[in-house]
Design a protein around this ligand. Sequence first.
Ligand SMILES: Cc1ncc(COP(=O)(O)O)c(C=O)c1O
Length: 400
Amino acid sequence: MSISSPWRSAFPALAALAAEGQTYLDSAATAQKPQALIDALAGYYASGAANVHRAQHLPGERATRAFEATRQQLAGWLGGVPEQVIFSHGATEALNLLAYGLEHLIGAGDEIVVSALEHHANLLPWQQLALRRQAKLLVLPLDDRGVIDLDAAAPLIGPRTRVLAVSQLSNVLGTWQPLPELLAMARAQGALSVVDGAQGVVHGRHDLSALGCDFYVFSSHKLYGPDGLGVLWGRQEALRQLHHWQFGGEMVQVADYQQAQFRPAPLGFEAGTPPIAAVLGLGASLAWLLAQDSTALAAHEGVLHERLVAGLRARDGVRLLGEPQVALASFTVRDVHSADLAHLLSEQGVAVRAGHHCAMPLLKRLGLPGAIRVSLGLYNDDSDLQRFFSALDNALELLR
Ligand SMILES: Cc1ncc(COP(=O)(O)O)c(C=O)c1O
């Protein structure tokens, strides 16, 4: 049975791209935006932009109210209170904030633990922190499905572990990671935990109080929101351990020429003018998303995932990487370079991602120079999958 997406019409870009002959299958890199977001951005700019937390005037008060209302909305959604939600300029910046903010807790010989599948955004800040502090970076191995191996992880999370930083959902393999078990191991050793939710948050797992991590990070633009905005959620006690890392306007309580005192979270970690319009836009996207039928959304994604994986598995010479659990899958084709294949797909109007997916060490471990990744959003449907598979078949015929 063919399925269509009832949410497609809420995303004007899908029709615009279709008019150009484009099928967009790269939502894990960045998602298209609902009309609700576009209206919110246009409304904010058309009614009077203003800086937040600074001005006494009406536009300033209005912007501040809307900005803080979004913080409240996110706190309600993620679990917790608004003081637990810090706005950054992206997941990458939030992870760097953590690596600098926790630096004072790391000494020579201490251990920071990451996994073998981390995106560079959740690897390099910790790698560089370990180098700055003469600490060790330990890497949790994966099993054949592309899931962190818990038996192998247990001995690596020990009394010298200060931070465990892991992805919730792999951006390459589409696999959920065993967070409850890993976070319990970190807690038992008194280590802080950081979860990179950049991909996981999109696929419906976001109740952070239940998850039990210390910090959680994601980017708005993958969650159908504007780019230039990240969200860092922290447990209140964990947030109190963070040192300030960027300095400037509005993060300060009192300043003198020689010294200053800084605000606690969240404002103490939002130096300078924040991405105001993006925050309001994310609020609109999230409100739109939460107004949709979540059971229908999950069922839709379930079907897309099954058909994507089954279609790839059915093709001769295609190697699927790991065992994807969402509508995001990476693959290679025997004797075919992924860049050549991506080029042929692109020539047929199919937009997929090719390369190392900002996870070079993982691709190296898999013995691959690159792979193709297909990632679907809630607006994709069978017509997109059909176009993808027929483009893939054409390309393979040409290349063989
Ligand atoms: C798992 C994961 N973590 C972190 C990031 C970094 O997100 P951003 O580039 O929005 O900062 C990405 C982006 O692709 C990602 O997939």
